[in-house]
Write a protein that binds this ligand. Structure first.
Ligand SMILES: Cc1cc2nc3c(=O)[nH]c(=O)nc-3n(C[C@H](O)[C@H](O)[C@H](O)COP(=O)(O)O)c2cc1C
Length: 215
């Protein structure tokens, strides 16, 4: 996409986001803010039914307090089960999706009613978190145990940003830190990012770029 100085650059396609539909805004946003990590939320309903669903509107927000954010949509104006459960229980687990969990993650994303246990649907082993009243995916290499910190209504088509405070991080012993740090080795973690639509991005070559030091 380079042009010589004499050659005028072709005009950019300018899209006024107020003049396109919600579907198109969603497609632009989710195919350009990429790759996104996938927070696989495990919760339990007030009636005791375990729930599991992936969310790629998922981000690290702060280290102290240690906060993560997940934006949860609604179905026909009714919040998704994950949000209802988080409100019931006041907490949730975020299972980090890696290459090994990709198919099961997709199997757990079906739009089921609150009576359906997606651990069962996806054939996944379940265990109980220590710090919150929620289950987690037992064979997931990294799990955050979170208490509900804050909910922020985002308006429009009723997305709710759920902010969770990470009370504990559960790491599989196969993972390891870079010496003298708590930086988890990405080659051992093998994370997968979500691209637009049905596309995913496994880990490519890992580049190390030391910060430049101002003399
Ligand atoms: C990879 C992936 C990422 C997703 N990300 C989101 C998201 O960020 N927000 C959302 O509301 N739904 C998202 N979904 C859809 C939910 O997972 C789906 O609606 C699920 O059935 C919700 O389950 P629940 O009703 O048990 O909470 C995603 C689906 C997939 C496959």
């Amino acid at each position: 996409m380079t042009h010589s100085r004499n050659d005028p650059a072709p005009p950019a396609l300018m899209i006024d986001t107020s003049r396109i539909g919600g579907r198109e805004r969603y497609q632009l946003l989710t195919s350009l803010v990429v790759p996104r990590p996938i927070g696989w939320l495990s919760t339990r309903s007030g009636a005791g039914v375990p729930n599991l669903a992936p969310f790629s509107y998922f981000a690290a927000l702060s280290a102290t307090p240690m906060l993560v954010g997940i934006s949860i949509g609604s179905r026909g104006g009714i919040p998704k089960d994950s949000l209802l459960n988080i409100r019931d229980i006041g907490g949730f687990c975020v299972n980090i999706v890696t290459e090994r969990q990709l198919t099961a993650m997709n199997d757990s994303a079906g739009e089921h009613g609150p009576e359906v246990d997606e651990f069962d649907v996806a054939g996944l082993p379940m265990a109980e978190a220590e710090r919150v009243g929620a289950p987690y995916v037992e064979n997931c290499p990294a799990v955050f145990e979170c208490r509900l910190f804050k909910e922020v209504e985002l308006g429009g088509t009723a997305n709710t940003l759920v902010i969770g405070e990470v009370l504990a991080v559960r790491l599989h012993p196969e993972l390891h830190f870079a010496p003298g740090t708590h930086l988890v080795d990405p080659e051992a973690l093998r994370p997968v990012g979500r691209l637009g639509g049905e596309f995913y991005a496994p880990l490519g070559p890992v580049l190390r770029i030391p910060r430049s030091v101002v003399p």
